[in-house]
Design a protein around this ligand. Structure first.
Ligand code: 8X3
Length: 260
């Protein structure tokens, strides 16, 4: 591993925060392995990175599939390895109260957010330990520290990922691996709410209705990139970031004429 060009794996890089974070790191001169399921999106992202200081290598991968994560590891290792892993893949499915919870939604959320991160972390920990100054960034959510009505399944998944991140920080400090957690609140992306509302564009739009300036994927990407670009001895353990209009999970001000 050369110390000259930092190298990262970014999961969930096909859209939203993962895509924006991969792009930002390439702008910062990083070598980025951009992993996700939709190869067309990854190829488009690679094309967008052509003239930037860093380099982006698209890798088709599904964090819910053991064999796919192993194949991802082999691809990354064969092309020089990484010192930083950003677990951005994740998402929400459904907004029903517990009384009407769909177990398949919960399974999907736990598999994607918690076990997806776990698969990647387990696979890459030996590489990061061997590097000697590794970094893991887990993108969780404010939903990982505050429960809310209609959020239980997502809360359960993000609370789980939050807990895992805390334990990982304690366990890996001896190996000089810093573990960063970024916990965003309301972020308006093309897909997050649309997926959660099962493709219902009107319900997805309602999530952000009247909110002046929800966070954007780029806002979160800037913070993720800032955290991993800091000198390695500085660990921003937990970064909670929200739009000003969301003072807390229960206090979302919707006073704008048009939804942002
Ligand atoms: C998304 C934040 O407020 O929708 O991770 O739970 S929220």
């Amino acid at each position: 591993m050369t110390a000259e060009q930092p190298a990262a794996l970014v999961t969930g890089a096909t859209s939203g925060i993962g895509r924006a974070t991969a792009l930002q790191l390439v702008r910062n001169g990083w070598k980025v392995f951009a992993a996700g399921r939709r190869t067309d999106n990854l190829e488009n992202l690679a094309a967008e990175c052509q003239d930037l200081p860093g380099v982006l290598i698209p890798v088709a991968a599904d964090v819910t599939d053991d064999a796919s994560v192993t194949a991802l590891y082999e691809t990354v290792e064969a092309q020089g390895g990484v010192d930083t892993v950003l677990n951005i893949a994740g998402g929400a499915m459904g907004a029903e109260p517990i009384a009407e919870a769909d177990l398949a939604d919960w399974e999907w959320m736990i598999d994607t957010n918690v076990l997806g991160s776990l698969r990647v972390i387990k696979q890459f920990l030996p590489m990061l330990r061997a590097h000697g100054a590794g970094t893991i960034l887990n993108l969780t959510s404010t939903a990982g520290v505050v429960a809310y009505e209609g959020g239980a399944g997502y809360n359960a998944a993000k609370f789980g990922q939050h807990a895992m991140t805390g334990a990982l920080r304690l366990e890996e400090a001896e190996h000089n691996i810093r573990v960063i957690e970024v916990l965003p609140g309301l972020v308006k992306t093309d897909e997050f709410a649309l997926n959660r509302m099962r493709g219902d564009a009107s319900k997805a739009a309602d999530v952000y209705a009247g909110v002046d300036k929800p966070l954007t994927a780029e806002d979160v990407a800037d913070v993720c990139a800032y955290a991993v670009n800091l000198p390695h001895h500085i660990n921003l353990d937990e970064i909670v970031m929200r739009p000003v209009k969301q003072a807390a999970q229960h206090k979302l001000i919707r006073d704008a004429q048009d939804s942002a």
